[in-house]
Design a binder for this molecule. Structure first.
Ligand SMILES: Cc1cc2nc3c(=O)[nH]c(=O)nc-3n(C[C@H](O)[C@H](O)[C@H](O)COP(=O)(O)OP(=O)(O)OC[C@H]3O[C@@H](n4cnc5c(N)ncnc54)[C@H](O)[C@@H]3O)c2cc1C
Length: 539
């Protein structure tokens, strides 16, 4: 006799969605978490969800379709896409979102005008509509679970759509902000994870935390449970219909990232919960892997004075800093090497460029160089305009002195800045075309006009620099699934009783970051598919 019908391993966005979908389909579900916090990477994320032809788009009368979405992905394919899983995402995404909204597990709104990332491709939406933001959530609704969400001590009392990044002004009246803080209201990924958790708790699906799964149990070739330890004591749980793996990516496992990722990556922006545990369990079960070289790449900035509570170095994605005026990025030769304002995921290609002559990566390390005009107006990681510049930012009175502190050639940096300034004056960057795409404008300083949203001279001393590292928001390779989220073995057949979703599997969109929310859209959709498939497997 099994303890439950189904075990979901991992209490992040994909896992909680899977648990809710399985419960809705009639299964008795247990959701099991390795750590004592809920939400994983999802909890510190922007929470944006990308789904084509979604219910909010339809309600707003915006036109979209699965065929446009498929055309868009196929126009970006470099051989990673698998028709069956891609089509399952396009077909089921809207239904998964509608399900979560109806279940009270999400409350989302359009991010007005947030464009897709590759606007020159057929099926892309320059006017946005596919990226969704979360309404605020009052943490008190979670009762004793309110303090159990990853990094919940860092309050995010705003919605993305209120910030410049989400198309807003960034200004919320101080009394309204105070009210939100007093009421413990949260936006972004915190709202997403909290609402998913609340929907689980409302249905009696309470996470079992601190379980370290050492192996999957099997009976007659079927996965039937987990075995390991809980708080150091032996622990086992059995399930009639099997196990859904939603343990996130493998970026915090140094061995796995060195084995699989296509290029250097040493500063992930995710919390150190993404350790590839689920990947190991699925490999031991004979899973076929896919997409392993890829990640949801992002240039990152390490914030030395705020490590993770468990001691690991903490990095944040660098989005605004390299897009707004009065900043540029240089490599070891003190030369620009890319359109700094390009989308974060595609930008990794520039960092991973390999020089066969020197047998090295010329664009690592890289530095963001900026001036006093920048410092007056724009943020640097957690430091907001008006606040003191942190000690970990390198500073000098002149560009040659700054170059000296960075170990760069001073004359080369002077030449680079002078050429960049000439481009700013001309309003045109012939070297890398910064400022020509709608994406560059969306993330730039929209109080300015034309290419000046992103191009601005670097001329006012003192001058500053920070090292830009190669990081990611999560890996997106893992076990291959079919369109029903069943994990496939090397023979291409589904492994009985084993399912997966989120960053633990080979993402149905391959390595393509379609637009804001491009990782959570597939994660929630495949969580939904996995929950339903697994629950129905033994009915
Ligand atoms: C700063 C930042 C911002 C981001 N913003 C966005 C955004 O706006 N939109 C977007 O689409 N994506 C965004 N992402 C990426 C997104 O958060 C992830 O891709 C997504 O959370 C993956 O979901 P998941 O459920 O697969 O994994 P996770 O969110 O990592 O959840 C996995 C869960 O499994 C648990 N776990 C791990 N190992 C085990 C184990 N052995 N047993 C049991 N449980 C285990 C973890 O603790 C965690 O709770 C962002 C990421 C970062 C770092």
């Amino acid at each position: 006799m099994s303890d439950v019908d189904l075990i979901v391993l991992g209490c992040g966005p994909a896992g909680m969605t899977a648990a809710l979908a399985a419960h809705e389909a009639g299964a008795k579900v247990a959701i099991v978490e390795r750590f004592d916090r809920i939400g994983g990477t999802g909890a510190i994320s922007g929470g944006v969800i990308w789904v084509a032809d979604n219910p909010r788009q339809r309600a707003a009368g915006m036109s979209d379709s699965r065929d446009e979405a498929l055309a868009y992905f196929r126009a970006l394919d470099h051989g990673d896409l698998v028709d069956e899983t891609l089509e399952a995402f396009a077909d089921m995404g809207p239904e998964a979102l509608a399900f979560l909204e109806d279940a009270g597990a999400l409350k989302v709104a359009l991010l007005d005008g947030y464009p897709d990332y590759y606007l020159d491709r057929p099926g892309a939406k320059p006017e946005g509509g596919r990226a969704l933001d979360h309404d605020l959530f009052a943490l008190g609704e979670l009762g004793e679970w309110a303090g159990r969400i990853t990094a919940i001590e860092e309050p995010k009392p705003m919605m993305l759509r209120e910030t410049p990044l989400g198309g807003g002004t960034g200004v919320v009246a101080p009394e309204e902000l105070q009210r939100r803080m007093a009421n413990n209201e949260r936006g972004f990924g915190q709202a997403m994870v909290a609402r998913l958790l609340k929907a689980c708790l409302d249905r009696g699906i309470e996470p079992t935390c601190n379980v370290e799964t050492k192996r999957l149990l099997r009976e007659n070739g079927r996965v039937t449970g987990i075995e390991g330890t809980r708080d150091g004591e032996p622990y086992a749980l059995t399930a009639r219909s099997g196990v859904i793996i939603t343990t996130g990516g493998f970026e915090w496992d140094v061995d796995k990232r060195q084995t699989y990722l296509r290029g250097p990556m040493d500063a992930p922006a995710s919390p150190p919960t993404a350790r590839g545990d689920g990947l190991s369990l699925m490999m031991e079960s004979g899973a076929k892997l896919g997409n392993m070289t890829q990640g949801w790449w992002a240039p990152t900035l390490v914030i030395p004075d705020t490590p993770w509570p468990s001691g690991e170095e903490r990095a944040v994605p660098v989005l605004i800093e390299r897009t707004v005026p009065h900043s540029l990025m240089v490599n070891r030769a003190a030369k620009r090497f890319c359109n700094e304002a390009a989308n974060y995921s595609a930008l990794a290609g520039a960092f991973h460029q390999f020089d066969p002559q020197t047998y090295d990566y010329p664009n690592l390390p890289a530095w963001l160089v900026f001036d006093e005009d920048y410092v007056e107006r724009y943020p640097i990681g957690p430091r907001l305009p008006g606040q003191p510049v942190p000690d970990w930012v390198v500073r000098a009175d002149t560009l040659p002195r700054l170059a000296g502190k960075l170990g760069l050639a001073g004359d080369a940096l002077m030449q680079t800045v002078s050429r960049f300034n000439a481009h700013c004056d001309a309003g045109h960057d012939p070297d890398f075309h910064r400022g020509t795409s709608a994406y560059d404008h969306f993330y730039g300083d929209r109080s300015r006009q034309g290419t000046a949203v992103t191009l601005g001279r670097i001329e006012r001393a003192p001058f500053y620099a920070v090292e830009i590292r190669m990081g990611l928001l999560g890996t997106n390779g893992g076990a291959r699934t079919d369109g029903q989220a069943r994990i496939l073995g090397h023979d291409g057949q589904a492994i009985p009783g084993l399912y997966g979703a989120g960053n633990a599997i080979a993402c149905p969109t391959g390595g393509i970051y379609a637009g804001a929310g491009g990782t959570l859209g597939p994660a929630l959709t495949f969580g939904y598919i996995a929950g339903r498939t697994a629950a129905r497997a033994n009915l």
